[in-house]
Design a protein around this ligand. Structure first.
Ligand SMILES: [Zn+2]
Length: 189
């Protein structure tokens, strides 16, 4: 389907003209009006087909409207942030997680990033030095770094080095296994 001289697939005689329209979507129990959606309109029979490229762009606009309603970064904002950090899409996906094609999907609006990912992106966008921390994930350095007694060393369940308290399991490697909730509670006490 080209943008010019398209004949209406419904009446097979009218010429299709590009047109813009608005539509209403349900979002978190509220109505969300999205403007500037793309389609075609047949001047003769009134059919309004939407073609593949337009569907993709419309989907991206709807995703952005949902993200704006939720206070999340839009696809374009994510792209700018990623470029500001000097990362290619696949590098960003490897560093931030979310799957191999995560950033391609976020930026095209195919997938909406989680709130957690959104906050991480804003944080690293503001403090780019944090990229170094992402480049050496704690999970991989666990084996080579000796945790101090009582130190949270990541993973779930939380592993603490030190004597087992009542009800805790002492493992052969000297770590005590507790739940994250319990560990937080103990630390606060
Ligand atoms: Zn028509």
């Amino acid at each position: 389907m080209t943008e010019t001289s398209s004949i209406c697939p419904v009446c097979e005689s009218g010429a299709l003209q590009p047109h813009r329209y608005s539509d209403t979507f349900q979002h978190q129990g509220k109505s969300l009006v999205v403007d500037d959606l793309e389609g075609y309109l047949c001047a003769e029979c009134g059919a309004d087909p939407v073609f593949e490229d337009q569907i993709r762009r419309n989907h991206a606009r709807i995703s952005d409207a949902r993200r704006e309603a939720d206070g999340l970064l839009t696809g374009e904002q994510i792209r700018r942030l990623r470029e500001h950090l000097g990362l290619r899409q696949r590098d960003a996906s490897a560093l931030f997680g979310g799957g191999a094609n995560a950033f391609s999907k976020y930026e095209r609006g195919e997938v909406i990033q989680s709130v957690a990912m959104d906050r991480l992106l804003r944080l690293v966008g503001r403090y780019p030095a944090l990229l170094q921390e992402l480049a050496s994930p704690p999970a991989e350095s666990l084996g080579s770094v000796a945790p101090k007694p009582g130190e949270y060393v990541g993973g779930d369940p939380v592993r603490l080095q030190g004597p087992a308290r009542h009800g805790q399991a002492q493992r052969a490697d000297g770590f005590v296994v507790v739940s994250l909730a319990k560990w937080t509670k103990d630390r606060a006490a």
